[in-house]
Design a protein around this ligand. Structure first.
Ligand code: GAR
Length: 196
């Protein structure tokens, strides 16, 4: 299968991005990283990407103030310039406008730390604990105009244990996210390749 040019959008640590870069180092992986982009210039993940030999840039959202679409047009220029064919949001913490989502619809996926459709938005693990859930998880989904709302590609879950906090759950879930995201991205690439 032809490898799709992959851009990864981050805002911070970038451990899921690192997992995607590691998977994509295999020559038969269906995506080839061409760009890592962060809306925060101080994101640690930018250094990780550069160390892995991947082009990494910051498009700071702050100078754009409330004009989200202007910020996204600057991101879009970088994405198009890199020849992006699929976008993976990996801890990218900006809500995207309908303009950007529609432009990349069917070519953009996200990882969210809950078993969607439950717990869209922030503080997912605390809300799961407060609701008395017995498990938490992560979901990779296609990005659609509603926040954390698109078609689900794949999920992973783990049981909540006595004494768990939001922090212990996030820490135990992270390795599962790192296994889940490369698998789900490969599935997304297959879908796009079949449609192209
Ligand atoms: C991950 O747990 C990811 O699921 C979550 O942020 C973390 C990023 O960590 N994403 C969201 O909350 C998106 N709404 P990372 O930067 O180490 O990949």
């Amino acid at each position: 299968m032809k490898r799709l040019n992959l851009a990864i959008l981050i805002s911070g640590r970038g451990s899921n991005m690192a997992a995607l870069l590691k998977a994509a180092a295999a020559p038969d992986y269906p995506a080839r990283p061409v760009l890592v982009l962060s809306n925060r210039p101080d994101a640690l993940g930018l250094e990780t990407a550069l160390a892995a030999g991947v082009q990494a840039v910051a498009v700071d959202h702050k100078p754009f103030g409330k004009d989200r679409e202007a910020f996204e047009r600057a991101m879009d220029t970088a994405l198009v310039g890199a020849g992006t064919q699929i976008i993976a949001l990996a801890g990218f913490m900006r809500v995207l406008t309908p303009w950007f989502v529609e432009k990349w619809q069917g070519r953009m996926i996200n990882i969210h730390p809950s078993l969607l459709p439950k717990y869209k938005g922030l503080d997912t693990h605390q809300r799961a604990l407060d609701a008395g859930e017995t498990e938490v998880g992560a979901t990779v989904h296609w990005v659609s105009p509603g926040v954390d709302d698109g078609e689900i590609i794949q999920q992973a879950s783990l049981p909540i244990l006595p004494g768990d906090t939001a922090d212990t759950l996030a820490a135990r879930l992270l390795p599962l996210e790192h296994a889940l995201y490369p698998e789900a991205l490969a599935r997304a690439c297959t879908r796009i390749a079949q449609a192209d």
